[in-house]
Design a protein around this ligand. Structure first.
Ligand SMILES: NC(=O)c1ccc[n+]([C@@H]2O[C@H](COP(=O)([O-])OP(=O)(O)OC[C@H]3O[C@@H](n4cnc5c(N)ncnc54)[C@H](OP(=O)(O)O)[C@@H]3O)[C@@H](O)[C@H]2O)c1
Length: 289
């Protein structure tokens, strides 16, 4: 496993981290097995994005005994409604949901608290007094998080986040499907220059990039701003997708999602495979226009 400094934070994060969105509906046994196998392989960053009791209970079992070995990112911006995650911008609901996340996971703090799913319209509101950023700062003062970050599916919001001193990390979709996205290179270069903690999400565009030979619609939330219809090349693979994202300048960590142990093990081959075998040059032309 390779480790990178996450921007200006104190953390050395595994080059590949594990997202848990696609473990949401999986039984406890699979969630525990995936997380524990990931920890054994050297992954030390886990993204826990929903405050839904059933999902958090499974994760609580999975991380038991590992708290001091792993970096946990928690989120504010969703609440539980009938067992599912629903977006909320209410400060009161975000506060209750985050306290529930801590207590259900049986932990005292998260390492990074992300304000999640932020759109351009919402950004200016969230950073105003008494809104979600102030709530995150309060949690930081109380020792319930060490750092604050933001997750967004919009490159224009991402550009704002990296200029705001209160944020130490940014999560944004970066993948081969957004190879031509306007301002992407600008964002990457600025993150490098400022040493800003950049976490690439959706390396497989939520799985769409792995649908070989199929004509697929990519939505803006999977590409940080592009709507595309493309036939996915037959020679694409999860390892080529990971190699593409980890090779982007400025990216400190690539946060992948998996649904089960088979996908995790397949993707972990990244660390035993040569760069030549994961060469993605033949894939780029499909997404270059
Ligand atoms: N706002 C936020 O806070 C936010 C937003 C987005 C993402 N995230 C975080 O970022 C993480 C990563 O993003 P993501 O999970 O949406 O996207 P992703 O990593 O691009 O895609 C994950 C999906 O790709 C497929 N996949 C992965 N490895 C595979 C393999 N070897 N073979 C075949 N299929 C494979 C699986 O879906 P199928 O098998 O079903 O195809 C898997 O669930 C999330 O889990 C989440 O923690 C956070």
């Amino acid at each position: 496993m390779h480790y990178n400094k996450l921007g200006n934070t104190e953390f050395k994060v595994s080059q590949i981290g594990l997202g848990t969105e696609y473990l949401f509906h999986q039984p406890k046994e699979i969630v525990v097995k995936v997380i524990q196998e990931a920890v054994k392989s050297g992954i030390n960053y886990f993204d826990i994005l929903f405050s839904v009791q059933s999902y958090l209970k499974k994760l609580s079992n999975a991380i038991k005994g590992y708290r001091n070995k792993i970096i946990i990112a928690g989120h504010i911006g969703t609440k539980e409604v009938e067992g599912r995650a629903r977006k909320t911008r209410s400060v009161k609901e975000a506060k209750e949901s985050f306290l529930k996340l801590l207590s259900t996971l049986n932990i005292d703090y998260v390492d990074i608290l992300m304000i999640q799913f932020v759109t351009l319209k919402e950004y200016d509101v969230i950073i105003k007094a008494d809104d979600l950023l102030d709530l995150a700062l309060l949690f930081k003062d109380q020792g319930k998080t060490k750092y604050i970050g933001m997750s967004t599916h919009d490159i224009t919001v991402a550009m704002k986040v990296i200029n705001n001193k209160d944020f130490s990390a940014l999560m944004v979709p970066l993948n081969i499907a957004n190879h031509t996205l306007k301002d992407r290179d600008n964002l990457l270069n600025k993150c490098s220059a400022k040493n800003f903690g950049l976490i690439a999400i959706k390396p497989f565009a939520g799985g769409k990039l792995l649908q070989k030979n199929r004509t697929v619609n990519f939505a803006k939330y999977q590409t940080a701003g592009l709507t595309l219809k493309k036939k996915v090349p037959s020679d694409i693979s999860s390892l080529k997708c990971l190699n593409y994202v980890t090779s982007l300048p400025g990216v400190n960590m690539t946060l992948m999602g998996v649904k089960n142990i088979v996908e995790l093990q397949e993707n972990l081959k990244y660390f035993q495979t040569s760069k030549a075998e994961m060469n993605y040059e033949t894939i780029i032309p499909t997404f270059a226009t």
